[in-house]
Design a protein. Structure first.
Length: 584
């Protein structure tokens, strides 16, 4: 069974509720199906044992009655024939020959063994054998006796029998009628020796195999089946109409034969339902475990973020379900939250450091100017060369301190950007004028490349300062023989400027620190160059990204918004050949 998690307000978990709902739907559906099935089975049984039974009983009764009526008509015709007395009294007369011909025709029926004549004492006087004649009394009169057989009257006809099959002899009945008086005081009767099976075979078409068995009850309570043999009743006996006095059509109905397969089907339906419920529970159990693990991962991620671990990320996996969507949204939220916190902390830190730097710069700048003026005055009047050299070194150190103060002022009070349409060509040309001499002095190759026709919407002075700061850092990071490049490319609605060098590179653990104020890995420097550059990039609605590896070099990517005119000219410039890379 799935582990249904109960919360404090005693409510089932989502998986538990869906499990109970699914099981309830299946159970209700199965109950409804069982009720409909029960109703259908009852209607089926009623139809088989009701309407069809009535129709079959009526049809079978009509068949039996028609068979008997035919025999009665045949017997009445023989008993009333004018030549029949002559056949009894004068066997050799022409009328007797006529009667014999008629008797042979009537006896030649598959339903008759023959035609028999009896005297006043029920002794067999003579007979005419038919085509089905066999056994007594045709071959021998031994064992032939009609005494003790049931007798009934029907429309002036005496029905004798039945004589049941025994000792290899077939069963039969006699239908006997008196021949009209011959005038000699004799009382002779004629009888049709009828095959019992011819009568009972009419029952065969009325049954439903295994369900309804039509039977014939004879005088004395003997019940015959369709073969004309006595049988035992193995079901509910339903009385039918009487075809002769003492002869009744009965139906043996066994509804259990119908109910049994229905009950078996119902049993297997119940087993199938149980299996389906077990499968549903197993599936929900597996889903519950999987969902719980994934939800626990979400909860753990939320706790990690809440505890301050802003670098924690959820495994998104390759699934495309709701949990994966939540995981992706969670990771996006974590990145944005980290970026927001980093920006907030950095802004606060920069504000504090800016106020501090501005105050220090104001306090130091004026004394430095006084010291610079004093040193220059002393140098002009100093005759001693060694002292003059010391004063010159002091002047250089004062200039260096002045530059640090200027960086502090630039960091503490960054100027507002005045964006305008600026050509990359002009920025690269001005950068080359400043950086090429520095690169030549360091024996480093400096060049620009890319599409110089691009324009960006920025403050050109601030972007130039950014390129100079980054370019100088790149040149200083290279060994003699190294390379530094500036390359501009367009990407949708932005222009990307990449500053690439093949210098010493930056270790992975320092990539996030290089933009922090006063962090530097150089022996000389204030550690404010990249920090100021980042400030200027953000003030121009741009982004900066640093990629580096030790001993492989560094690539700093700057992205600035392209101008509107540049956007409108994008399609026309796609087919135009770009400017060739230049080596300046």
């Amino acid at each position: 069974m799935p582990r249904f998690h109960w919360s404090r307000n005693q409510r089932l978990s989502l998986v538990g509720r869906y499990t109970l709902l699914s099981v309830g739907v299946v159970v209700c559906a199965l109950l409804a199906l069982s009720l409909f099935y029960q109703r259908f089975s009852n209607e089926l049984i009623d139809r088989l044992t009701g309407e069809r039974l009535s129709a079959q009983v009526a049809a079978t009764s009509n068949k039996l009655s028609a068979f008997l009526d035919t025999r009665i008509y045949q017997l009445v015709t023989l008993s009333n024939h004018p030549a029949m007395p002559a056949f009894i009294e004068a066997p050799n007369s022409p009328q007797a020959e006529e009667a014999l011909t008629l008797l042979r025709v009537e006896a030649d029926s598959p339903d008759l063994y023959g035609v028999l004549f009896f005297d006043w004492y029920d002794n067999l006087d003579r007979l005419v054998a038919g085509q089905a004649a066999s056994g007594p009394p045709y071959w021998s009169k031994n064992g032939w006796d009609i005494s003790g057989l049931p007798r009934v009257e029907h429309e002036g006809i005496e029905i004798i029998g039945p004589k049941l099959p025994e000792n290899g002899n077939s069963g039969w009945i006699l239908m006997r009628a008196h021949i009209r008086d011959t005038g000699l005081g004799q009382n002779t009767s004629v009888a049709l020796h009828v095959r019992l099976a011819s009568l009972t075979e009419l029952l065969a078409s009325a049954g439903v195999s295994g369900v309804i068995d039509p039977l014939l009850r004879t005088p004395g309570g003997i019940v015959l089946d369709a073969t004309g043999r006595p049988t035992e009743v193995n079901g509910e006996l339903i009385e039918g109409p009487s075809i002769l006095p003492g002869w009744n059509l009965v139906m043996s109905v066994r509804p259990g034969t119908i109910i049994q397969p229905i009950d078996e089907t119902r049993f297997w339906l119940a087993v199938t339902a149980a299996v389906i419920i077990v499968i549903i529970l197993a599936i929900f159990f597996a889903l519950s475990r999987s969902l719980r693990r994934r939800v626990d991962t979400l909860v753990q991620g939320a706790h990690s973020i809440a505890s301050g671990d802003l670098y924690y990320r959820l495994p998104e996996g390759r699934r495309r379900d709701e949990i994966s969507t939540v995981a992706k949204a969670f990771n996006t939220m974590a990145w944005q939250l980290k970026d927001l916190i980093d920006r907030t902390v950095r802004a606060e830190k920069l504000a504090v450091l800016g106020q501090f730097a501005t105050g220090v710069a104001h306090e130091v700048r004026n004394p430095l100017a006084t010291m610079k003026t004093t040193v220059q005055a002393l140098m002009r009047k100093e005759p001693d060369g060694e002292r003059k050299m010391l004063l010159d070194d002091m002047g250089h150190q004062i200039d260096r301190l002045s530059r640090v103060v200027n960086d502090l002022l630039a960091y503490g009070r960054p100027g507002e950007a005045c964006p305008q349409e600026t050509e990359i060509r002009d920025l690269f040309r001005q950068s080359s004028r400043v950086l090429t001499p520095v690169a030549e002095e360091a024996q480093v190759r400096f060049y620009t490349s890319g599409d110089s026709r691009l324009t960006i919407y920025v403050d050109p002075d601030q972007v130039l300062q950014i390129l100079l700061n980054i370019g100088i850092n790149a040149i200083q990071a290279c060994q003699p023989g190294g390379n530094v490049s500036l390359r501009a490319e367009r990407h949708k609605d932005q222009v990307e400027i990449r500053v690439t060098d093949d210098g010493a590179g930056i270790a992975k653990e320092h990539l996030l620190d290089v933009v922090q104020p006063f962090f530097t890995m150089k022996s000389k420097g204030t550690g404010l160059g990249l920090t100021i550059s980042q400030q200027l990039v953000e003030s121009n609605n741009g982004t900066i990204n640093i990629e580096s590896a030790p001993q492989e070099g560094t690539t700093i990517t700057l992205k600035f918004p392209a101008t509107k005119t540049e956007t409108s000219k994008e399609e026309t410039s796609k087919n135009a050949p770009p400017d060739q890379d230049s080596d300046r």
